[in-house]
Structure formats: structure tokens, C-alpha cells
Design a protein around this ligand. Structure first.
Ligand SMILES: Nc1ncnc2c1ncn2[C@@H]1O[C@H](COP(=O)(O)OP(=O)(O)OP(=O)(O)O)[C@@H](O)[C@H]1O
Length: 256
């Protein structure tokens, strides 16, 4: 579904050139859930910015469902850390907004929005405005606002970063449910190794800047997963320790 082929990015400033990522190659299968971890500043967001079509790569190419990516496309959705809901629109009008742009009739877009709103446990809040929702509720709305137009690939840049630990786990659980129902392909950045292992089919660990693929680990945990409990299993601990060691090695070797 997604191929990142030998992609590099250099930022040219007035007095220096920063190589953010170098020779990143990754194949993601249709319906796969990939999590991306790495030291701070290693280029994780840069990779997502390139795959989203928002930022051109300096070298290499991105292929989505067989087509070379040339700018922003509806095939790729992007969920950022900040929900960025429109404060003057209530929940259902925020969630259904992408369909409104597409000219979908109001009854049809509300029908589809209601279904997704229910799946993320926000039933009853359709008329609420963003300032009447908690941070976790706003992020749920943000996620389903992206899912409603059914992109083939969804990119997520630390979507649960600002949330407290309990809310994070609840949202991880909801996200896995949504992913199972829709079969969408997900590339998810996180700083949290537990989250990376808990959600992903594979965890991709990037080196310190310039970011390269340092290691790819298949997550041996069966699905469906119980994100509330799975940390206790031996497989989980072993993978966590292996990734942690490698991450430590990368951080110590970095000069960021
Ligand atoms: N627009 C830009 N101009 C110049 N340098 C940039 C730009 N965007 C990112 N960089 C640099 O590229 C490198 C990678 O940044 P990026 O934000 O992709 O890293 P990250 O892994 O997502 O970081 P973090 O984990 O801290 O969020 C950093 O050194 C950053 O300073």
C-alpha cells in the first residue's frame, strides 16, 4: 500500500544544511499498522510530512497504492498531535466537514458521522462545541474526522502525546477497534515504546539524525490485543527490552 523508497531530506538554511533523514526505505502492506520510534529530532515528523505530500523529499520517492505521490491527496490522511477542530462548529459538523467539502448531502454525512462518533464513544455529544469537550474527546473527534473520508493510509504524529496515561490507553483501545473495523493502513509515530509495541504489527526504530531505519521488529503479540493488560506478557517484555537497548544506543550516539 505504501512504499517509501530511498527517501532523504536536507533542509538548507542560511548558514547550514541539516540532513534530517537519509536513505529511508520502508514497505507497508495494506491494512498494516506500523509504529515509528526513534530519538528526538531523528526525523520522524519529517518522514510523515513527506508521506502526507505536504513536504517534497530531496531524494527518493513515495508510492501510495501503486501511484507516485505528488503532493497532498485524499488517499493519505494526517492526524496531528493538536486536534485543530473548528471552534465555531459542533462535533458532528466538525467530523462531517470533509464530506461537506465533497458535496455529500447533509443526511448522508450526518449518518456516516454519527456511526463513527458512536464507535469512539462520543454518542450524545454531537451538538457539543470543541471547548465543551475534554482533550481526549477532541482527539477522538480528530481521528474520526480523518477516517470519515476513508483514506487508504492514515498517518498519526503522536496523537495521544498530550493526554494523561489513562486516557491514552483508552484511546489506544478505541484506535485498535477502529483500525480492525476499517482495515486502513496506519503509520503511527510515538515516543512511547509501550504504545509502539501495543499498537503495531511492526515497530520501526530510526537511528539518531540523520534518521535511517536502524531496526524493524515484528510484534509477536496475537490480535485482538488487550492494551490494558498485555504489558505483563513475556513476549512484550522481551521486545520492549530489545528496543529499549537499541534506542539507548542510538540516543547515546547522537549529537543532537
Ligand atoms: N523546516 C525545517 N527547517 C530546518 N530544519 C528542520 C525543519 N524541520 C525539521 N528540521 C530539522 O530536521 C530534524 C528532524 O526534525 P523532525 O521534527 O522530523 O524530528 P522528530 O524525530 O519528529 O523530532 P521529535 O521526536 O523531537 O518530535 C531536526 O534536526 C530538525 O531541527
Amino acid at each position: 500500500m505504501l512504499r517509501i523508497n530511498d527517501v532523504s531530506k536536507r533542509f538548507v538554511g542560511r548558514d547550514k544544511i541539516t540532513t534530517a533523514i537519509e536513505g529511508v526505505t520502508l514497505d507497508v502492506a495494506a491494512g498494516e499498522f506500523i509504529t515509528l520510534v526513534g530519538p528526538s529530532g531523528c526525523g520522524k515528523s519529517t518522514i510523515l510530512n513527506i508521506i502526507s505530500g505536504l513536504m517534497p523529499a530531496t531524494e527518493g520517492e513515495t508510492i501510495v497504492d501503486g501511484k507516485i505521490l505528488r503532493g497532498v491527496t485524499r488517499d493519505v490522511g494526517y492526524v496531528t498531535q493538536q486536534p485543530n477542530l473548528m471552534p465555531w462548529r459542533n462535533l458532528i459538523d466538525n467530523v462531517s466537514f470533509p464530506l461537506e467539502i465533497d458535496g455529500v448531502s447533509r443526511p448522508e454525512r450526518y449518518r456516516r458521522a454519527r456511526e463513527l462518533i458512536r464507535l469512539v464513544g462520543l454518542e450524545g455529544f454531537e451538538g457539543a462545541y470543541p471547548n465543551e469537550l475534554s482533550g481526549g474527546m477532541r482527539q477522538r473527534a480528530n481521528i474520526v474526522r480523518t477516517m470519515i473520508y476513508e483514506p487508504k493510509v492514515i498517518l498519526m504524529d503522536e496523537p495521544f502525546g498530550p493526554l494523561d496515561a489513562q486516557t491514552r490507553v483508552v484511546l489506544q483501545d478505541l484506535l485498535l477497534n477502529l483500525w480492525t473495523r476499517t482495515g486502513v493502513t496506519i503509520v503511527f509515530i510515538t515516543h512511547d515504546l509501550q504504545e509502539a509495541i501495543g499498537l503495531g504489527d511492526r515497530v520501526v526504530l530510526l537511528s539518531a539524525r540523520p534518521g535511517r531505519v536502524a531496526r524493524i521488529e515484528q510484534v509477536p503479540l496475537p490480535r485482538p490485543r488487550d492494551v490494558f493488560k498485555m504489558h505483563d506478557s513475556r513476549e512484550f517484555r522481551e521486545l520492549y527490552d530489545r528496543l529499549w537497548l537499541e534506542l539507548e544506543r542510538q540516543v547515546k550516539g547522537s549529537h543532537v
